[in-house]
Design a protein around this ligand. Structure first.
Ligand code: FAD
Length: 305
């Protein structure tokens, strides 16, 4: 298997400008700092590279996975069989009138900083979300102050047939941490955001305020993947978890945050099974007490344990 993978890596490397890594630990590419190796990890630097990666995966019968900044993922210890395509090398960004066009791998923080300098308002809700623009769009990332569906005007997608197509934001089926693109095998290549004119100082003030609030309310000193569970209708998942006394529960180096109960932190060497064990314990207790089954917001990738 090792030899075959080496062969595949060499072949893919010859067809893209970006790098191809063999058996690359995904713990290096997730904000949780957890996760076994991807058989192959490609780092495309442009859309042609992405196109080549996808047709390669189709040709070779290798499953592919699109990775943004890895901030919503828990990867299991045995890692991912197939090709992981990380988008962060797709990094072009342009400001035009009240619009920002950027490639999928640009971090929201960079988009936000450009918007602030250009006096463009509407994306301030995203301050502190450690996502790529593509990942945020696919997940419809947001807060009670707003979400991506409010600002995404258009996306460019590489569809399952390998064609680049443009879709309007209204066609993306946005819902709570959902879009039609999620899990569909399509890849967001670029996004056009429609913002509105605002005052740079006011935008700056709002961003600073939101970042300060996160610093106070989220365990940002430790690796984590943001909120573990979605909020069930009418409840905040964090409140439900707090009510069952789960703050501070731990398994191995994984711990239910004492600052925000819907976060699990990695105190150093937590494994995916430590985190999954905690997830099950929390779920069970919340279900026993409230009759509510908590759905995951994070995505789980890879093979066990
Ligand atoms: C400290 C912290 C705070 C957070 N706060 C928030 C918050 O306030 N609100 C919120 O909504 N989320 C929050 N999150 C979660 C996370 O940032 C979001 O879910 C984000 O949208 C994930 O983006 P990503 O680029 O990291 O995607 P990844 O985690 O890499 O991937 C997530 C999913 O998107 C898919 N994907 C990524 N890029 C593409 C693409 N270009 N084309 C197709 N599919 C793609 C992946 O295949 C995967 O299914 C937080 C996370 C952390 C660590």
């Amino acid at each position: 298997m090792g030899d075959y993978l080496t062969l595949l890596a060499g072949e893919l490397q010859r067809s893209i400008a970006g790098r191809v890594l063999l058996e690359e630990p995904l713990s290096r590419h997730t904000t949780f700092r957890i996760g076994g190796p991807a058989d192959l990890l490609a780092l495309p630097t442009n859309r042609e590279d992405i196109e080549a990666c996808i047709s390669f995966s189709r040709e070779k019968g290798l499953p592919f996975y699109i990775l943004g900044n890895g901030s919503n993922l828990l990867v299991r210890e045995k890692g991912v069989r197939g090709l992981v395509i990380k988008t962060t090398g797709l990094s072009r960004l342009e400001v035009k009138d009240a619009n920002i066009w950027a490639e999928a791998g640009v971090l929201l923080a960079r988009v936000l900083s450009k918007a602030q300098k250009a006096g463009l308002s509407g994306l301030e809700f995203a301050a502190g979300i450690p996502a790529t623009l593509g990942g945020a769009t696919v997940m419809n990332a947001g807060t009670p102050a707003g979400s991506m569906e409010d600002v995404v005007a258009r996306v460019e997608v590489l569809d399952k047939e390998g064609r680049f197509v443009i879709a309007d934001g209204s066609q993306l089926g946005f819902g709570y941490r959902e879009s039609r693109i999620k899990g569909s095998g399509q890849v967001v290549v670029a996004v056009l955001l429609a913002l509105k004119p605002g005052h740079p100082e006011e935008i700056d003030r709002l961003i600073a305020q939101r970042l300060a609030l996160r610093k106070k309310k989220q365990p940002l000193a430790w690796p984590n993947a943001g909120c573990i569970f979605k909020n069930p209708p009418g409840y905040a998942a964090g409140w439900l978890i707090e009510q069952v006394g789960a703050k501070g529960w731990s398994r191995g180096d994984a711990e239910v945050s004492t600052i925000h109960a819907n976060f699990i932190i990695n105190r150093g060497r937590a494994t995916a099974s430590d985190v999954l064990g905690l997830i099950e314990r929390v779920r069970e207790e919340v279900f026993k007490r409230f009759g509510i089954y908590l759905d995951l917001e994070i995505e789980i990738w890879g093979e066990g344990p």
